[in-house]
Design a binder for this molecule. Sequence first.
Ligand SMILES: Nc1ncnc2c1ncn2[C@@H]1O[C@H](COP(=O)(O)OP(=O)(O)O)[C@@H](O)[C@H]1O
Ligand SMILES: [Mg+2]
Length: 331
Amino acid sequence: MDEQIARVLDSVIVPGAERSLLQLGLVRDVERADGQVHIVLGDAALADESQQAVAESVRVAVAAVTGEDAFVEFTSMTTEEANDVRHTVAIMSGKGGVGKSLVTGLLAVALGRAGYSVGILDADLTGPSIPKMFGVEGRAYGSSSGILPLVSSSGKPVMSMNLLLESNDQPVIWRGPLIDKALRQFGKDVLWGKLDYLLIDLPPGTADAVLTVMQAFPIDGVVVVFTPQDLVEMIVRKAINMAVMMQKRVLGVVENMSYLYVPEIDKRLELFGPSRGDEMAKIAGAPLLGRIPVDPTLAALCDRGRIEDYKSDIVTTLGENFLKTLDGPAR
Ligand SMILES: Nc1ncnc2c1ncn2[C@@H]1O[C@H](COP(=O)(O)OP(=O)(O)O)[C@@H](O)[C@H]1O
Ligand SMILES: [Mg+2]
């Protein structure tokens, strides 16, 4: 593609998606000849009004940069055609409440800080933890051809089944087959565009919904989250067995609520017993990617939708260890 036009198309932000046409993978064709630029864009997830607004922005931007007239045309495109996700990783836990969503969030923050583009799909219907942690609110928009994810304050696309519901506090009492259908549909219909990593926060446990998501997405690997509590081991084993059964690579394990650091006495208190990290790593046949402490600052940031503001070596280490298991694509 023409360098100058590519830069223009990378500067035109799609309303509602807060990412550029290039980032969203919507540029189909560009021809430049005789002082005229002909641009063909895909219409995935763009309602008519958005298409008109985008076309106008492109014409204005092209004229400003090149002084040439742009002819902008939309052609039909599915989200699947537009999406170009390098790695899809699922975050799994044997049971709820161990911090699966929190670890998903921290991993996204870590990869983002390392310079990768990261999206998060919250496939856990038990509550909107991911949107809440990232301060993402409101309804997702789209068209008959797809859904636009919402974006976090640092620009990460976030999509949650919970964002499609009427209100956050509406309980989800869907029956199995409906959930199954919704999860499959959901997987296809979101416009992620170009991403280095798509992280999926799976439902807890080893239920049908987990199987559905594992089948519906091209998952490169699974990260298993656990806490050092006694009974968890059997549950962790189950989760790992399930991943193996589904022929998904276990990339690593993360121990959450591993300890509480008390600065006054400079000590780590192992609230839930001694670390089981090495043991779990052995069971999984994969590395221990991190030991996350119980941290009231972190909990408070999550409650305020500011997980992206959490500064800690824990995050850096988690990202570095993860990147050793699944190579980051060239930036
Ligand atoms: N390491 C931690 N430090 C402080 N709070 C935590 C930690 N891990 C989890 N929490 C809190 O515990 C609750 C449950 O965590 P969450 O990630 O939603 O669990 P899950 O997704 O496994 O159900 C959340 O309110 C979260 O903020
Ligand atoms: Mg959760």
